[in-house]
Ligand binder design. Structure first.
Ligand code: PEP
Length: 256
């Protein structure tokens, strides 16, 4: 049984006060959701503050991005070791906004993935097709290419600590959500790809999250799919009640 992972990507939102408030709001009720794993990914400047606000509550801490080099003259960048040092356990890599706003390639995502393992961070590697690619019937091909490129040469041990997030680009922040059939089809393909590249045990172990306008009112249906193991949530992760309502939908799938 894969424990659902409910991850909030706060993106470039909040300030120090609202980040702490959001973290306190989630941490205060975290013990109601222990059948799921809760994770918050605040902006980098607030990681330490959010870590302190979480305290001993069962809420993980993740970063939204990092650079692949361990240290050096890379002005403005943050390394995996720095994130681990400050208490992060996870890092989101290859988010569609990184790929499409900042031009990040599969090759770069792959380098970052290796750097994350080296620092004992668990990467959440995002893949997802553009609307034009879906309309051209290229979804499966795009996802396969991103999987192969972003996760190239990753060992069995490393892939076991990796989370994959399927986020159709056209559904992120748009209010358009993939139908459960569309999402489940891609998730099932990704799991087949894991089995083909590694083995059935890996395929059954690695969690594959869905992301793209997940809200309290669509979470139960999405998380109820056999191959959807949690959610990567943008907008709805900025309100504790909404984030925790989605977590409750994750918990319900375990109890079902
Ligand atoms: C995301 O940031 O990864 C995301 C899926 O955003 P939203 O939930 O707002 O679509």
């Amino acid at each position: 049984m894969r424990k659902p992972l409910i991850a909030g990507n706060w993106k470039m939102n909040t300030d120090s006060g609202s980040a702490a408030e959001l973290a306190y709001g989630i941490a205060a009720r975290a013990d109601e959701f222990t059948s799921a794993e809760l994770l918050v990914c605040p902006p980098s400047p607030y990681l330490a503050l959010v870590r302190d606000a979480i305290g001993d509550a069962a809420v993980g801490l993740g970063a939204q991005n990092m650079y692949h080099e361990p240290s050096g003259a890379f002005t403005g960048e943050v390394s995996a070791a720095m994130l681990a040092d400050i208490g992060a356990q996870y890092v989101i890599l290859g988010h569609s906004e990184r790929r499409h706003v900042f031009g990040e390639s599969d090759e770069e995502v792959n380098k970052k993935t290796f750097a994350a393992y080296a620092a004992n961070l668990r990467p959440i590697v995002c893949v997802g097709e553009l609307l034009a690619e879906r309309e051209a019937g290229k979804t499966a091909e795009v996802i396969r290419r991103q999987f192969e490129g972003s996760l190239a040469s990753i060992s069995e041990q490393q892939i076991r600590s990796t989370v994959i997030a399927y986020e159709p680009v056209w559904a992120i922040g748009t209010g358009k959500v993939a139908t459960v059939e569309q999402a489940e089809e891609v998730h099932a393909d990704l799991r087949k790809q894991l089995a083909a590249c590694y083995n059935t045990s890996v395929a059954q172990t690695v969690r594959i999250l869905y992301g793209g306008s997940v809200k309290p009112d669509n979470a139960a249906q999405l998380l109820g799919q056999a191959n959807i193991d949690g959610a990567l949530i943008g907008g709805a992760s900025l309100k504790p009640d909404d984030f925790l309502a989605i977590a409750a939908a994750g918990v319900a799938t375990v109890q079902a």
